[in-house]
Each structure stands twice: as structure tokens, then as C-alpha cells.
Design a protein around this ligand. Structure first.
Ligand code: XMP
Length: 507
């Protein structure tokens, strides 16, 4: 697969750059500016993009990449800070511009393969510094009134820079810069699309699995579902899936997802109702990490038992996606939460290996792939749901009564979000059983009942999130309905904490 590495120098639009490249037809991934060369080279590399960033290149701790990046033999395009950094490395000068440029700025472009089709127009600028003297061997290929080097090129070394932000929608035809860089400069075929991707993944799966059997753990989430559909398409009924109901699922969840799996997707799924044994193990446990560990361990036990009953399998299917790899790769960072996921399954169940067809993709691409595979929209667009389920949304110990209150309130919240057409705009939305009791008055009588927390966040990758600004009218309806319809709830609070400093789940 053709691939572009986008090196992250800290700018605001970096994910957008990686995305624009993929939209232009080449797989791309965002890597830290200091990523090791092997990681940048990956399984194939056609070009590199340096993003913008907040630093000034001459600052003491200004971000840099490894020197070897310039010897990888592929073209490099620097955007804003990325351009200034290239200029500095090759002996040019950079200074604070006497007149700063922000926003829509008229530009004149020269005839160059990077700028093909980009006749004089506007670009979106957002910078303090700019290149004041180009390094030897570079030519200016675009200028604005106050920026003589709005774009430069060194065709011999295959180094390019643009001072403006082609990735934002405010640069008309900005997408052409990416197309030109990929086609005219990196010589890419630009064939990446959900269709082409699906074909590549299917043949990769067939090549890996051969005539073997695959066992897949389905969680009901988007990633494991798309992964299972792909593998099913590749090897048919040599895939067997296991869906474990640990008793911590949302209202109607097990029935709904099993119906999709069996009736719509025709997957061979074994459903295991393990709710009683999970709830028993969790009895009286209120410490969040302990809950997570118990659930993780019990899940493995159930899975092992089921795998044994089936007489084993050659491969284990996991719905791992790219952000999972980034997170697990950050060794040395503090454990905030022990994420339970399929990755925790023991390798000694006797598998020859793992099948992880989605390991290079981001969530939105997994969804696009799911849609391409004809999966039901309701399944493809489900919000992420954590492996430990409602256990980490109940503060304190877990009881069936508390689960009931949480399920009912969560169902109402989800229904109202859907009715308000906000379900695609919000990354995750759910209620939390706070465990807190407070005094209220209902029907002229004193109540002393539970407070339910309402949590809704926007995000692109769950690494950082903003709390969602749900309209007051919708919040009002949610609060009124929860209190009216859910027994033992007399108060609803809205969580207005972003991440960081908060996290999405309360435990
Ligand atoms: P936090 O709460 O850490 O969550 O901000 C980030 C994202 O991860 C989900 N999450 C989990 N997913 N197993 C999972 O499969 C887990 O143990 C787990 N804990 C949190 C959470 O719902 C959010 O999408």
C-alpha cells in the first residue's frame, strides 16, 4: 500500500493533513516529529509531510526530526513551521515577519508541478515567522504581498515548502496541493479508497490465514464488527465469533447486536451469557482499577473455555485500530486506566498468530470501510463503548438495582440525543450512576434519592475531548424525562469537564 508519513510538529491541523492525504488517495499516518526512522519508513513510504507548529525554529527547544529523515530518499513537503524548518536545516534564514499574515490572503503562484491547477487566488495564512532568505538550490514558486516565499521548491533534492495552510477548507483548492504532491512529486498512483482498501485487506487476510480457522471476539463495537465482516468475507465460515454478555451491557444491547450479527451480517456467532458469574465476582468491589482487572481476567476465562469447547483455532481475530497501537506504544507513560480489550487475551490459548486487519486505520476510516462493506448504519455509527461496560459508569460497588437505574437513564439520554439529531456530532454520550444521594421534593414530599450524571463529549480520537455543548432545551428534556421515568433518581447533573484534565469515563 502506498503511504505518506506526516510528522507532527505540534500544529493544530495535523490530523487534518493526514486526512487530506487519504482523501487524495494515499494512506497516511501522523507520527511524532521525533519518530525513529524505522517507524517512519514503515511497510512502505512514498513521501513525508512536516506539519506546522507553534515553535520558532531558532528557539532553544524548537521541535526537530532525526537528521536521517532527509536521507530516506522520498520527497518532503513542509507546511508553515515545517517549511521554515526545512529552510533552517539547509541554510536559509527565518525571521518574524514585519507584517503578520492571518486569514485569507491573495497569492500569486508560478508554474510548478506542486501548484498545478492552483491559479492565482487566495490561501489561508496563520504565521508570525516566515522564510526571509531561501537556502541555496531552492526557488520561490508562490508569493503574497508580504511573504516573498509563500512556497518554495528544490526539485533536485525533492524538498518543498508552503507557508500557508493548504489543509484547511479556507484555502480554496487546497486539496490540489496534496494531490499534486502525491501524483506529480511522489509519483503515487493514489488508488487508496474504501473499495481498494477492502480488496487489499481481503487478499492480505487470505494470504495470512491460508486454509486455517479464525476465532474472533465480538464486542458489539464498530471495530470488532468491521474486522469480523472483513474476515468473514475473506474466509467464510472458517471464522467463528464469540460474543460475551458480561451483564454490564446497555439496555437491549445484547439482543440488538446479536440480531445484526446473525440476521444482517450472517456471522457465525456463539453468544455466551456470563452475566451472573461477572456480577458475582464484582460483588462489593468499588475500586475502579480492581473492577477493571476482575472484568479483564474473567473475560479471558470465559473466552478460554469457549475456545476449548470449539477445539481451538489457528488465529485470533482482533479489531485493533491504529490509535490503540499508538496508545499501547507509549511505554513509560503513566497508567491512567487499565484498558480492558481483546489485546489482553492470553497468547497461549494456542494460536499461531493474530489477525488484525484494521491496525493501520483510524475510526472514521473503519466506519467508511464498514459502510463500503454494506454493514447496517446503526452498527457502523455506534458510539464507542468500553469493554468493562457499565461497571465503570457506576461509582462504587455494582448491584443489579444500580445497573437498572443506569440502564434506564442511559436509554432515555441516548434516545433524546438521537431525536435531536446529535448522535453523529457527539463522540460519546452516556449517563453515570454517581452513587450520590441528595434531598429533593416531588409531589410535595421529601425525597432522598440518587443523582445521575450526564456525560457527552466531542472528539476525533478519544485522546483529547471537549464536553459537548448540547442545547439547553435538549438538556432540559433529558433531565425532566430521567427524573420522571427512572425510579430513585431525583437529580441530574451535566459533566462539563474536558479531557485533559478529566477522562471520558468516570472510572
Ligand atoms: P477514557 O475514559 O480513558 O476513555 O478517557 C477513552 C476511550 O476509551 C474507552 N475506554 C475503554 N475501552 N476498554 C475499552 O475497550 C476499556 O477498558 C476502556 N476504558 C475506557 C472510553 O469509552 C473512551 O472511548
Amino acid at each position: 500500500m502506498e503511504r505518506i508519513a506526516v510528522l507532527d510538529f505540534g500544529g493544530q491541523y495535523n490530523q487534518l493533513i493526514a486526512r487530506r492525504v487519504r482523501e487524495a488517495g494515499v494512506f497516511s499516518e501522523l507520527l511524532p516529529h521525533s519518530a525513529p526512522l524505522d517507524r517512519i519508513r514503515g511497510e512502505g513510504l512514498n513521501g513525508i509531510i512536516f506539519t506546522g507548529g507553534p515553535d520558532s525554529v531558532y528557539e532553544e527547544n524548537a521541535k526537530t526530526c532525526l537528521e536521517g529523515v532527509f536521507s530516506l530518499g522520498v520527497p518532503i513537503l513542509g507546511i508553515c513551521y515545517g517549511m521554515q524548518y526545512i529552510a533552517k536545516v539547509f541554510g536559509g534564514s527565518i525571521a518574524a515577519s514585519p507584517i503578520k499574515e492571518y486569514g485569507k490572503t491573495p497569492v500569486e503562484t508560478s508554474d510548478h508541478p506542486l501548484l498545478e491547477g492552483l491559479d492565482a487566488g487566495y490561501v489561508w495564512m496563520n504565521h508570525n515567522d516566515s522564510v526571509t532568505q531561501m537556502p541555496a538550490g531552492f526557488t520561490s514558486v508562490a508569493h503574497t504581498e508580504n511573504c516573498p516565499f509563500a512556497a518554495f521548491a528544490n526539485d533536485e533534492k525533492r524538498l518543498y515548502g508552503i507557508q500557508f495552510h493548504a489543509e484547511v477548507a479556507h484555502t480554496p483548492k487546497g486539496e490540489l496541493i496534496f494531490k499534486n504532491f502525491l501524483k506529480n512529486i511522489c509519483n503515487c498512483a493514489c488508488a487508496y479508497s474504501p473499495g481498494a482498501l477492502s480488496d487489499t485487506l481481503l487478499s492480505d487476510i487470505r494470504a495470512q490465514v491460508g486454509s486455517g480457522r479464525v476465532l474472533g471476539a465480538l464486542s458489539g463495537g464498530v471495530d470488532s464488527s468491521v474486522a469480523a465482516v472483513l474476515v468473514h468475507r475473506a474466509i467464510g465460515d472458517r471464522l467463528t465469533c464469540i460474543f460475551v454478555d458480561h451483564g454490564l451491557l446497555r439496555q437491549n444491547e445484547a439482543e440488538e447486536v446479536l440480531s445484526y450479527y446473525r440476521n444482517n451480517l450472517k456471522l457465525n456467532v456463539i453468544a455466551v451469557d456470563a452475566s451472573e458469574r461477572f456480577l458475582k465476582k464484582l460483588e462489593g468491589v468499588s475500586e475502579p482499577e480492581q473492577k477493571r482487572k476482575i472484568i479483564g481476567a474473567e473475560f479471558i476465562r470465559v473466552f478460554e473455555e469457549e475456545a476449548k469447547k470449539l477445539g481451538g483455532a489457528d488465529y485470533l481475530l482482533q479489531g485493533t485500530i491504529y490509535p490503540d497501537i499508538i496508545e499501547s506504544g507509549t511505554s513509560g507513560s503513566a497508567t491512567i486506566k487499565s484498558h480492558h480489550n481483546v489485546g489482553g487475551l492470553p497468547k497461549d490459548i494456542g494460536f499461531k498468530g493474530l489477525v488484525e486487519p484494521l491496525r493501520m486505520l483510524f475510526k472514521d476510516e473503519v466506519r467508511a470501510l464498514g459502510e463500503h462493506l454494506g454493514m447496517p448504519k446503526e452498527l457502523v455509527w455506534r458510539q464507542p463503548f468500553p469493554g468493562p461496560g457499565l461497571a465503570i459508569r457506576i461509582i462504587g460497588d455494582i448491584t443489579k438495582d444500580k445497573l437498572e437505574i443506569l440502564r434506564k437513564s442511559d436509554y432515555i439520554f441516548r434516545e433524546e440525543i438521537r431525536l435531536a439529531n446529535l448522535d453523529r456530532a457527539i463522540w460519546q454520550y452516556f449517563t453515570v450512576f454517581t452513587g450520590l444521594r441528595s434531598v429533593g421534593v416531588m409531589g410535595d414530599l421529601r425525597t432522598y434519592d440518587y443523582a445521575i450524571g450526564v456525560r457527552a463529549v466531542t472528539s476525533t480520537d478519544a485522546m483529547t475531548v471537549e464536553w459537548a455543548e448540547i442545547p439547553y432545551g435538549v438538556l432540559r428534556r433529558i433531565s425532566e424525562r430521567i427524573i420522571a421515568e427512572v425510579p430513585h433518581v431525583n437529580r441530574v447533573v451535566y459533566d462539563i469537564t474536558s479531557k485533559p484534565p478529566g477522562t471520558i469515563e468516570w472510572e
